[in-house]
Design a protein around this ligand. Structure first.
Ligand SMILES: Cc1cc2nc3c(=O)[nH]c(=O)nc-3n(C[C@H](O)[C@H](O)[C@H](O)COP(=O)(O)OP(=O)(O)OC[C@H]3O[C@@H](n4cnc5c(N)ncnc54)[C@H](O)[C@@H]3O)c2cc1C
Ligand SMILES: *[C@@H]1O[C@H](CO)[C@@H](O)[C@H](O)[C@H]1NC(C)=O
Ligand SMILES: *[C@@H]1O[C@H](CO)[C@@H](O)[C@H](O)[C@H]1NC(C)=O
Ligand SMILES: *[C@@H]1O[C@H](CO)[C@@H](O)[C@H](O)[C@H]1NC(C)=O
Ligand SMILES: *[C@@H]1O[C@H](CO)[C@@H](O)[C@H](O)[C@H]1NC(C)=O
Ligand SMILES: *[C@@H]1O[C@H](CO)[C@@H](O)[C@H](O)[C@H]1NC(C)=O
Length: 566
């Protein structure tokens, strides 16, 4: 009625631009000595994140660990720190160096029977600064048989950035970032505004840079996730993705060292096969990315609607989710993105002015007014306009961060348009979501698929993304001292819970935020693109120097997977 449908096309908004103190690794073999020389001494012993507490639980160093056990920054700034802590451990043997995430001051984990063990954390790692570092590591892994892993921020939900007894390539310190209003991918002709980021740059840093340069970068909803690593190569979604595309839609170029040790430029004009594979085929699979360049857009004015209350209450969750689902297709067409859970919803749009946004969001506003009127504890309705993504992000990033420093199993599902098309399919979807939420409280709606972005047909993520309205996630957790049986139970619970959605949707999930035991994962993550991805894997990495869990061309029997529960 206000011509909102005309806004449905994917806007790239291009036209507006005219123009820690680590220790040296003991060099116990000739191969390691040679490696250390080649990387100019940047080869270090890895230390488990909580190691100081196992030396002395009362030491000042341990106090810092206790205080920051759930602190994202402390974890990603430390090679041995991971966001989901079971990936620091060997789940099958119980070797670990964890504190109690529910109470890091609990001395239980360091009692005399416990020792600090590296578990799945690499034995040693290279602080990567140059292409030659990566080439030397590939050569070392090939000659020694020691598995290689790539760790950037350690956010991975599936354990793909650690492996027992491995050598790690840590890309965290590749922090260069530059903006070129007329970036031309090497060998191409057409210029677009682009930001080139070292592989260690994280979204919080990139958004700050974007604010300072009066541009928009489309990234994830957590400041600590890397811009150019697993996030990007697996797809990369955020609250602006509906209208502005996924990470893989916006990347213009990669610089990557392939397992033959060569530094390659991959873009639309050279190494196109690799470019396709890196745009959705997954991190840690085709090469080690040193930098990526991503499209920059002009600043976007955001209309923001937030409804929330404090105490979980099933009937309110039902009413909120029912409104979200009833309006799911319409809001997707009108450019909304955002997040919701059992007690809140945040919707944002870069497309609408305040008047049109209010019309579009009328049902959510009415719900917010209702719960305020009913005196629901902590009920608020907030309507705001932000001049940029960065100002919105600074105000709301904290509200959407997922669990940090916890043992957890995640599972997810992409929900296509078909589930919203009839009253019957909508109520079936609502019932499945509520059922899953009952089994695993904490279910989240990520309104982050590229529903209005058809893409250019040259990315390798499952095409199901383009037809989806929600990406739904849920988690389960377990204690620091859980037995293997208890861990298994929690993985299975996450899987069983998401199966309520599997039962009513096509086989599609986000590779980066999936069930560790995703059934039929090749189809779920890549759809028809898997066979081409496998050919590219065979071409660039015939010896499987890179390998990771449920990655393209993986070798499930490899010893690097010994710590996954079968
Ligand atoms: C708190 C939290 C919030 C999240 N929010 C979002 C979100 O908003 N949107 C979204 O899409 N995803 C999100 N994710 C999921 C995220 O995309 C994945 O965790 C992703 O794997 C992170 O990539 P990374 O490089 O930062 O992490 P890492 O764990 O370091 O690496 C992940 C994978 O990529 C590989 N890799 C990393 N760097 C390189 C490199 N330079 N070259 C080659 N391979 C590399 C690793 O080997 C590993 O396989 C979130 C995750 C968490 C824990
Ligand atoms: C988290 O850790 C970082 C550095 O390790 C520190 O600067 C920051 O203040 C900590 N955050 C909190 C909330 O304590
Ligand atoms: C930021 O960019 C926008 C659009 O590209 C322009 O209209 C505005 O004047 C710029 N602001 C500043 C402070 O440069
Ligand atoms: C939009 O709705 C909010 C909440 O009801 C109201 O405060 C605001 O004034 C409205 N804005 C416009 C432009 O109508
Ligand atoms: C784990 O430790 C807690 C105390 O921190 C204890 O209550 C619980 O019984 C332990 N669980 C197992 C499986 O040992
Ligand atoms: C990837 O999948 C899409 C959608 O099915 C298809 O259009 C495209 O041709 C595929 N690309 C390759 C290289 O297989």
């Amino acid at each position: 009625m206000f011509g909102l449908a005309a806004l449905a096309s994917c806007l790239f908004l291009e036209g507006a631009f005219a123009t820690t103190a680590p220790t040296q690794f003991p060099l116990t073999s000739d191969l390691l000595r040679e490696l250390s020389e080649k990387v100019e001494g940047r080869l270090y012993s890895a230390v488990a994140f909580a190691e100081p507490c196992f030396t002395s639980f009362k030491s000042a160093d341990c106090e810092v660990i206790k205080r920051n056990y759930l602190n994202e920054t402390s974890r990603f700034d430390t090679f041995g720190g991971y966001i989901n802590t079971q990936w620091e451990t060997c789940q099958t043997t119980g070797e670990q160096c964890l504190l109690d995430w529910e109470d890091p001051t609990n001395p239980g984990p360091v009692s005399s029977s416990q020792t600090c063990q590296l578990g799945s954390v690499s034995r040693h790692f290279i602080d990567v600064r140059k292409p030659a570092d990566v080439a030397a590591a590939f050569d070392y892994s090939r000659r020694s048989g020691v598995p290689l892993i790539v760790k950037n921020t350690g956010h991975d939900y599936k354990g793909r950035s650690s492996a027992p007894g491995s050598i790690g390539l840590w890309t965290h310190n590749l922090k260069d970032i530059t903006y070129d209003p007329e970036f031309i991918p090497e060998g191409c002709v057409k210029a677009s505004p682009g930001v080139t980021m070292g592989a260690g740059v994280q979204w919080g840093e990139a958004y700050q840079f974007a604010e300072a340069h009066n541009i928009t970068l489309v990234g994830g909803s957590d400041p600590g996730v890397g811009t150019s690593g697993g996030w990007l190569m697996g797809g990369g979604h955020g609250a602006l993705t509906n209208t502005m595309g996924m990470g893989v839609d916006r990347v213009l170029q990669f610089k990557v060292v392939t397992p033959d040790g060569k530094l390659r430029v991959a873009n639309a004009c050279q190494n196109e096969d690799l470019f396709f594979a890196l745009r959705g085929g997954g991190g840690g699979t085709f090469g080690v990315v040193l930098e990526s360049t991503t499209l920059a857009s002009p600043p976007v004015t955001l209309q923001v609607y937030v409804v929330q209350w404090t105490n979980p209450e099933a009937s309110l969750t039902h009413d909120l989710w029912s409104i979200l689902i009833e309006n799911g297709l319409k809001w997707a067409d009108e450019g909304w993105g955002g997040f919701a859970n059992g007690e809140s919803a945040i919707y944002i749009s870069p497309n609408l002015d305040t008047v049109r946004a209010n019309v579009s969001m009328a049902p959510l506003i009415a719900f917010g007014e209702r719960i305020k009127h009913d005196g629901i504890h902590g009920a608020t309705l907030t309507v705001l306009e932000f001049p940029t993504w960065g100002t919105f992000f600074n105000a709301f990033a904290g509200d959407n961060s997922a669990a940090i420093g916890v043992n957890l199993a995640l599972a997810s599902r992409l929900i296509p348009k078909a589930n919203f098309e009839t009253a019957a399919s909508r109520s079936e979807l609502l019932a499945a979501l509520l059922k899953a939420h009952t089994l695993t409280p904490g279910l989240r709606f990520l309104v982050s698929p590229p529903t209005s972005c058809p893409g250019d047909g040259s990315t390798s993520v499952t095409p199901a993304w383009r037809d989806s309205v929600y990406h739904i996630t849920l988690i389960t957790t377990w204690d620091w001292n859980a037995t293997m049986g208890e861990k298994k139970t929690q993985y299975k619970l996450a899987s069983d819970s998401i199966s309520h959605l599997r039962a009513i949707t096509p086989d599609a999930a986000y590779s980066n935020e999936a069930d560790v035991y995703e059934p039929n994962h090749k189809v779920a993550f890549w759809g028809d693109n898997y066979s081409r991805l496998l050919e590219i894997k065979d071409k660039y990495d015939p010896d499987r120097l890179l390998d990771c869990w449920q990655c393209v061309g993986w070798t499930p029997n490899s010893k690097r997977f010994a710590c996954y529960i079968a």
